[in-house]
Design a protein around this ligand. Structure first.
Ligand code: NAD
Length: 260
């Protein structure tokens, strides 16, 4: 039976774990060939590829630090060299305010390096990805991009200045890209996940404070945290032809968290 994305090619950054891994698997389930990209977690990226192949899909791993232009340019070139085109890009790689990789600190205490690193990966990384992805999509006169922001862009919490700023910046960046791509058949949207289970972020947070998951659930009208599949299905829908009239859209996938 024909699948939704037969003959299509998808690129997923941050595909070594969490939301990226599951979205890469769903792209493959729907028939797309998938490039799984990540920086240091090579084992995780290769594991995602293995899982896709075991389920009968096609995928390849490409190492890429999204904050480095040369890596990003090479990643898109590798995608085109392997599979001939690039139809869907899920720019999802990011670092979070998890108390470990990005410390939770107020603005007055935030070291400049933390600010720079977070903006470099979460915001500049998406700019660089779109720069090279859109070049290829312009040649094809077709492409769909989905970026990963966060509920933190609409409902900032103290202590997360660099993270909140990086994820808010993605809203303007996404809309700009949508306007620039519209006449050439390129759509660009962003998803804003709420707290998501089975991700490193939630593992770190719950490890440091076991009660925090319940506290989060109490803040979410649907009374549960997201599963990576909730985010993945929204991304897949935004990429599909069912969403062909949607571009420049900011879509919370958060159980209603940003509605109040
Ligand atoms: P995760 O830590 O499991 O995944 C992040 C991925 O990004 C990993 O594969 C990691 O290797 C990759 N990565 C980090 N720095 C990179 C770099 N410089 N270059 C390339 N890859 C890099 O966490 P996740 O929760 O699945 O995160 C995915 C996205 O979702 C992130 O952008 C995060 O900010 C966002 N998000 C997560 C939550 C949540 O609750 N987990 C909530 C809102 C938004």
């Amino acid at each position: 039976m024909a699948k939704k994305f037969d003959g299509r090619v998808a690129l997923v950054t941050g595909g070594a774990s969490g939301i990226g891994r599951v979205t890469a698997q769903v792209f493959a389930r729907e028939g797309a060939k998938v490039i799984v990209a990540t920086d240091s977690n090579i084992k995780g990226g290769e594991e995602t590829v293995k899982m896709i192949k075991k389920a009968g899909g096609e995928a390849a791993f490409v190492r890429c630090d999204v904050s480095k232009a040369s890596d990003v340019e090479a990643m898109v070139a590798e995608c085109v060299s392997l599979y001939g085109r690039l139809d869907y890009a899920f720019n999802n790689a990011g670092i979070g305010p998890d108390g470990k990789r990005v410390p939770v600190v107020n603005i007055v205490d935030c070291p400049e390096e933390i600010w720079d690193r977070t903006i470099d990966i979460n915001l500049k990384g998406v700019f660089l990805c779109m720069k090279y992805e859109m070049k290829q999509m312009l040649k094809q006169k077709y492409g769909v991009i989905v970026n990963t922001s966060s509920v933190g862009a609409l409902k900032p919490v103290p202590g997360f200045c660099a993270y909140n700023a990086s994820k808010s910046g993605l809203l303007g960046l996404t809309k700009t890209a949508a306007l620039e791509g519209a006449a050439s058949g390129i759509r660009v949207n962003t998803v804003l996940p709420g707290p998501t289970d089975r991700t490193l972020l939630l593992e770190y947070l719950t490890g440091a404070n076991p009660g925090i998951k319940q506290e989060m659930m109490n803040m979410i009208p649907l009374k549960r945290v997201a599963q990576p599949e909730d985010i993945a299905e929204a991304v897949i829908w935004l990429c599909s032809d069912a969403a062909s009239f949607i571009t420049g859209h900011v879509m919370p996938v958060d159980g209603g968290m940003t509605s109040s």
